[in-house]
Design a protein around this ligand. Sequence first.
Ligand code: PEP
Ligand code: MG
Length: 569
Amino acid sequence: MTQRIDGVGAAPGLVIGQAVLWRKEQPRVKSRKVENPNREVSRLEEEVLRAKEQLTRLRESARERMGDEEAAIFDAHLAFLDDPAYVGEMKSRILDRRQNAEVICRDVTEEMSQMLASLPDEYMQARADDIRDVGHRLLLLLSGQKPFDPSLIQPGSVVIADELAPSDTAQFPPGIAAMVTARGSKTAHAAIMARTLGIPAVLGLGEDLKRIREGETIIVDGENGSITLHPDPDTLDQSRERIRRKRELWESALKKADQKAVTSDGRRIQVFANIGSPQDVDAALKNGAEGIGLFRTEFLYLENDHWPTEEEQFQAYRQVLESFGDRPVVIRTLDIGGDKDLPYADLPKEENPFLGHRAIRYCLSHPEIFKTQLRALLRAGVHGNLWIMFPMVGNLSEIQQAKSLLEEARKELENQGLHIARNPKTGIMVEVPGAAVIADVLAKEVDFMSIGTNDLTQYTLAADRGNERVASLYDAAHPSVLRLVRQTCDAARREGILVGMCGELAGDPRMTEVLVGLGLDELSMSAGTIPEVKERIRRVQTDEARKLADEVLVQSTPEKVRYLAEKSR
Ligand code: PEP
Ligand code: MG
């Protein structure tokens, strides 16, 4: 009998495929004494070399298929194999204890991963998973076991796994149809990889994963976050029809990606891209981005082991601004704190980091760090159409202080005789519910506002955006979040300023009509969804969209909102 199981939709797309169980081989470790510990150390060294070769190959294949950022995960793995506290510790224990390398490797890996997991710093906690992954590889090599060979997976298969590490997804052969896991949330590494690879993913199925049998046909709906087991012929036909319609829409969308998005009654909605580094510019342009609606500048800070200098920042901003010519590029000032730690910033531990000293709050109390960024922005602004955006604003005073530091930066540069952007637009992210509530007050002080639904949702619904245990409570389509969106749009319209959205909701094609109806002028999203959202906008009729928006705002649950949004398509 047809059986639907709900999980977390982590990457969109609908497919029908055959289940392949990803068998993570468990190393069989037997303890034994060794006669010649020096020979055992050499054996360990040989396998470490072999592990390094494998990881280097994986890094290159990840770089080719997913870009530098994902490939960097393997640098962390390789670094462990050069770390004296890890491999060095194994060698000295083999010599001291005259025990075989497998046992020592298992114990040292376990101890180090436990130690890392117990640290307060989230970055270090994530390294605990990395070291387990490296240790697992090394153990399989030492015990002469063959790891599961992913290259044998047939195209069109749906990979079923308890959990997928980055080193697993990097080994996916081309043509994998989808992935389904027991653990993981929308922000898990596996989810990010799936979105980058364009593979639909449903994660967090828990114990229900065990109901899936090798080789059976399953339907994976990454958009709705569900899988269907034992589909009957009718269900299969309906899914095939949905897939066909989606493909048609997608093909026509792609052909028109470069054209503007105008509703059927002539309202223009601007569709922009979110980027995380200058490397993302190509994909944004190819998919028809009319500008950048959110350039997250954190990458410059997270990639470095020092505060990035004014010059380093200037080069990165300039590159993006030049690529977009006179089209707007919204660059968001530093948004650290919360879940984004910077080892060299020495951020104090906080009980509630998401409610703590993050983003604009941090920048205003570190004016020199902030002004370095503002100076780089003003200088780079000469090379394009710069809009500066402040994150996590909660009150008027923060905007005034940020603008006064911008003014100081401008004067400093002018005194140095440097050429700078004349009047860049300044705006704020609306991602704190309080800011949405007083959007009418804040709108008087800025040129534009952009709604960050990722944070706005977690704060409005009190559901941590990265916590899979409350994932079912976290939905940006909740009427309470949408009411704040409407309120912000109304305030912007009254003040005659532009209002956009750059949270994930903006890139959800199922909600496009509702968003147009709520009054947004601009939507910014990851590049891959731009063509489809543009195509959806072209099918919207503004009056009907407004009626739909009015109707969703009085619903009691996000499910009802989504049902109405879906029905009207
Ligand atoms: C948001 O909060 O919606 C947003 C776009 O910012 P980030 O995801 O970087 O917190
Ligand atoms: Mg945010």
